[in-house]
Design a protein around this ligand. Structure first.
Ligand SMILES: Cc1cc2nc3c(=O)[nH]c(=O)nc-3n(C[C@H](O)[C@H](O)[C@H](O)COP(=O)(O)OP(=O)(O)OC[C@H]3O[C@@H](n4cnc5c(N)ncnc54)[C@H](O)[C@@H]3O)c2cc1C
Length: 437
């Protein structure tokens, strides 16, 4: 394959970025017989993404299994995740045992410092993948069925890689997207994020995570590998001055004010408090002739719903499935790229619309409040909401007339039959009085 001179080599695919999306794409394309150059800016095999709270939704579990990564994750202490959600109408707790049997659908919670090296090792050991660590993509020319990618090593040495397809898996500020003139449509996130790891932080549900939907603030407690629990807050931007004044105190105050709050007094913080003030939503057209974008390069979301890691791996699999036959010469590459763009849109477009809306940190719309309030009163609706939240069910398949009809019936029933002074009637009466104007 590598018929070029010392400064020019040929592959089927050149991938920029060896993180979740890039490694997944490299493994799955190489298994389909493609020769892959995997170019990564950072030189260390065990480099990892720090700015991530790594709650990987259940939608990604089938991809993780196909990669053969599930066993490695579990051997490394990764937690099979599930969660319950606090709202002002009460806890939303799916009847995991009764609806799904003893093994409900799960994703994984595993620190990126554990996960990223596992996946990168799997990628570099896959026959057909040539890893080029410590090299950055700095140039790109492309057209139908061809791409020329310029890479530069930290020594300053440059090299040209030729391929039929260049893949941008290089994150939300993708150089490949910029070089291919695929601009991002960005929207501001109305929240910022802070997080820290804790030891000896016991949650009532054991390894079941907790989300608090405080409206507009959000908080999470996420059990992870290494016996660590990650506490995360996403306050509205209006609270930024409070965090700028004393972020540790503001963080602990917010956590301490949560309903059934995690017992910080018995726990020990195991990391500095980390944070990111600007986390905009960004979406790009994921293909151009001879070019495809996967992961955050195509779609970088608000971290609140925790979909980025899952979609990074899943989008890489959608790409491998779509262009695999083309790379074997069974169809034109452009047809494969068009199929990938259509799949990406079908899987993410509606969900991304809702994610963008909720990231404004404005009071949620009536329909969303209706769904949350009803799910707090009805196990079947709780199970449906969770299936969507885990991205096992797309938004369009969750927001059916049946879901709205059942929600309205549940709330009507709760409002009619419950005594307004009982704790649950308190929730229902909110519906009648002010919450649903
Ligand atoms: C604060 C925060 C919290 C988050 N929490 C969650 C969560 O709980 N759950 C969840 O699912 N998602 C979460 N996400 C999103 C998640 O981190 C990303 O969606 C995911 O990492 C995307 O993976 P990726 O492989 O597409 O990109 P990245 O992981 O960003 O990897 C890009 C790779 O490309 C390399 N690279 C960049 N430029 C070049 C270049 N020019 N040449 C070569 N290589 C290059 C980089 O070094 C890097 O290795 C969070 C994000 C943030 C910011």
């Amino acid at each position: 394959v590598n018929s070029g001179g010392p400064h020019e080599r040929c592959y089927d695919v050149v991938i920029a970025g060896a993180s979740l999306a890039g490694c997944t794409a490299a493994i799955l394309l190489a298994r389909r017989g493609a020769s892959v150059a995997l170019v990564e800016r950072r030189p260390q095999l065990d480099a990892y993404k720090v700015a991530c709270t790594h709650f990987i939704q259940a939608s990604a579990t089938p991809t993780i299994r196909r990669l053969g990564l599930d066993r490695a994750i579990e051997a490394a202490g990764g937690v099979r995740n599930s969660f319950e959600l606090w709202t002002r109408w009460g806890w939303i707790r799916p009847p995991y045992g009764r609806v799904h049997g003893p093994q409900p659908p799960y994703g994984y919670s595993i620190r990126r410092q554990t996960l990223d090296p596992l996946l990168r090792r799997l990628a570099v050991e896959t026959p057909g993948v040539e890893a080029m660590l410590g090299r950055s993509v700095i140039g790109l020319e492309h057209g139908h069925d061809w791409a020329r990618v310029r890479v530069r090593a930290s020594s300053g040495r440059e090299q040209e890689l030729r391929a039929r397809l260049a893949v941008g898996a290089d994150g939300r500020d993708s150089a490949v997207a910029r070089l291919a003139r695929l601009p991002a449509r960005r929207t501001v996130n109305g929240r910022f994020i802070y997080w820290a790891y804790y030891r000896r932080l016991a949650l009532p549900g054991g390894t079941r995570a907790r989300f608090w939907h405080l409206d507009p603030d959000v908080a999470y407690a996420l059990p992870n590998d290494g016996g660590l629990t990650l506490l995360v807050v996403m306050p509205a931007l209006t609270r930024l001055p409070e965090f700028k004044a004393d972020r540790v105190e503001a963080f602990e105050r917010l956590v301490g004010g949560l309903a059934e709050h995690p017992p910080l007094e018995d726990a020990e913080r195991d990391s500095p408090l980390l944070g990111q003030v600007s986390v905009p939503n960004a979406r790009r057209q994921p293909v151009s002739p001879g070019v495809a974008l996967v992961g955050d390069a195509a779609l970088a979301c608000d971290p609140l719903p925790g979909v980025g890691c899952g979609w990074a791996m899943q989008s890489a699999e959608w790409l491998a499935n779509s262009v695999g036959p083309s790379l074997r010469g069974e169809s034109e590459l452009e047809r494969g790229l068009a199929a990938y763009a259509a799949r990406h849109r079908a899987e993410t477009a509606h969900d991304f619309g809702l994610i963008r809306l909720l990231s404004c940190a404005k009071p949620p719309r009536l329909s969303w409040r209706l769904l949350l309030a009803a799910a707090a009163h009805d196990e079947e609706l709780a199970a449906r909401l969770m299936a969507h939240w885990q991205r096992r069910v797309r938004l369009v398949d969750y927001l059916t007339p049946g879901t709205f009809a059942r929600s309205a019936a549940v709330l009507g029933h709760a409002g009619l039959v419950r005594d307004r002074r009982s704790p649950r009637a308190g929730n229902a009466s909110l519906v009648r009085d002010s919450t649903f104007p």
